[in-house]
Design a protein around this ligand. Structure first.
Ligand SMILES: Cc1ncc(COP(=O)(O)O)c(C=O)c1O
Length: 478
């Protein structure tokens, strides 16, 4: 049967009533359920009443069991992207199955409804207006939309930080070559003594010609969280027309700060990735842009069908994996089950534990009222204070706690970053990543919700052994 005739036979009988051949009834059932996501098994959560204190493995061990760990090594490099909990992955697979079954029928009839549901869920999660949120593939794309779409004039200035993510630096460098703008680079203190010191590093670069200020909320090289709202406030006092753009790749769903707080603090645009700390499937980023700016920014991919003031003009991507967008609500569910404060405290604790600094661990335990808990004490006694080792150099601020989260970077004298990362992996079976950056050199360690107290103690012991080997040993006395 020719395709045209086949379609005609499907559409109507002579009497005008729709009759579906028996062979197609299965698909028909699926069609009727279009947009109807099959609920997937939920998450494994600790028994109600189990305390979620950050050192309590009875709680966090159950949370960790939601993830499939790689066999054969301890993964303490979770900064690239996050693995999904099994419940999220199951939902993702179900979504993909739905699309794989309904194919273009899904794309033509259900896709946009699903995207809008995801937009509403994510915007509500972060306290934003759906009309100010676009979905992209990642932070790199979100911020490239902003950098490439801004209407630059020769001589416009932009202030970035010396530890900003490489892709954004490259995007600005390309903008310099293309539009003859001027790039000014703030030297961000690695171990700042106060917020004011960081604020000044940025504001001292601002002039009446500054058009954009680009801030990396959590610096990926060190895990340092910079005071975005304080910087924004001071920057706008100097030049109220500055556009403040934030890279929130690592802060979204990692710290308890939501994007509304940044918006209310004067930030104009934000880019972030949902496949990092929200544990969403790979390939979803967001771009927040205040409504008043949308009109003036060109989309990266040509679009004239959406209104100039419609945030959707930034979503002209062609065919893309909608199943990752459909999974956002499920990923948010997992985050909410844990609570952003508990999650952040757990991640911070794991960092403090592998570093072993007694003062930080004591302050942290005291602050949460758990210092005298026997298990807290036992964990503390199981680790060596690496900061007492001459050869160990921490590159990340520890105190106050709100200057970071899970991520920290450390160097050991005499080791290149690659040598140190290789030693940790080959000798101790612990995976980290060597960072060799003009400003920061060391291995970056990023525990996650799938990590355990035992993993962090193992890393502490590995660093201790590496550092002890560097101590010149006295000959034993005869
Ligand atoms: C600070 C920062 N910005 C941007 C990115 C890029 O994220 P994505 O690869 O999701 O675009 C990263 C990735 O690690 C990052 O750490």
């Amino acid at each position: 049967m020719k395709r045209k005739h086949f379609i005609q036979s499907l559409s109507a009988t002579a009497a005008g009533t729709f009759i579906l051949p028996e062979s197609l009834k299965a698909e028909s059932t699926v069609d009727k359920k279009k947009g109807d996501k099959q609920p997937q098994p939920g998450y494994i959560m600790p028994k109600p009443g189990t305390p979620s204190h950050p050192h309590n493995e009875n709680y966090w061990g159950v949370v960790a069991s939601n993830f499939t760990r790689s066999a054969g090594f301890i993964n303490l490099e979770n900064g690239y992207f996050s693995h999904q909990p099994k419940g999220t992955l199951a939902q993702h697979v179900a979504n993909e199955t739905q699309i794989n079954t309904q194919t273009s029928h899904f794309m033509r009839t259900v896709q946009q409804t699903e995207i809008e549901a995801a937009r509403t869920a994510f915007a509500e999660f972060q306290g934003l207006l759906p009309s100010e949120v676009a979905f992209t593939r990642n932070t790199t794309e979100s911020l490239n939309i902003v950098i490439m779409g801004t209407q630059w004039q020769p001589g416009d200035e932009v202030v970035i930080g010396d530890q900003d993510y490489g892709s954004m630096v490259e995007a600005f460098q390309q903008a310099v070559a293309r539009w003859f703008i001027r790039l000014k680079v703030a030297t961000v203190p690695i171990l700042p003594s106060s917020d004011a010191e960081i604020v000044k590093a940025y504001t001292s670069q601002i002039t009446p010609r500054t058009k954009m200020l680009h801030l990396t909320h959590m610096i990926n090289l060190t895990g340092q969280l910079i005071p975005v709202v304080a910087i924004t406030r001071e920057a706008k006092k100097i030049n109220p027309n500055i556009l403040v753009v934030v890279d929130a790749a690592h802060s979204l769903a990692h710290t308890p700060v939501d994007m509304l707080e940044l918006r209310n603090g004067g930030v104009d645009m934000i880019g972030g990735s949902l496949h990092k700390w929200l544990c969403n499937p790979i390939g979803v980023g967001f771009l927040f842009m205040k409504q008043k700016h949308i009109r003036e920014v060109w989309p990266l991919m040509g679009d004239i069908s959406a209104e100039r003031t419609d945030i959707r003009k930034f979503e002209h991507q062609g065919t893309r994996p909608i199943q990752s967008l459909q999974t956002i609500a499920k990923a948010i569910e997992f985050h909410r089950l844990l609570g952003s404060v508990s999650k952040y405290q757990r991640l911070t604790y794991l960092k403090l534990l592998w570093i072993g600094n007694k003062q930080a661990l004591e302050n942290f335990g005291k602050g949460l009222g758990i210092l005298n808990d026997p298990q807290y004490q036992a964990n503390m006694n199981a680790v060596t204070d690496l900061m007492n080792m001459d050869s160990f150099k921490l590159q990340s601020p520890l105190l106050p706690f709100n200057r970071g989260g899970a991520i920290a970077t450390a160097a050991v004298s005499g080791y290149t970053p690659t040598e140190l990362a290789n030693t940790l992996m080959n000798r101790f079976g612990i995976f980290t990543v060597g960072i060799d950056h003009p400003v920061i050199r060391g291995v970056r360690v990023t525990p996650h919700l799938s990590s355990s107290v035992a993993d962090c103690i193992a890393l502490n012991k590995a660093f201790t052994a590496i550092c002890v080997d560097l101590i010149p040993h006295l000959e034993p006395q005869k």
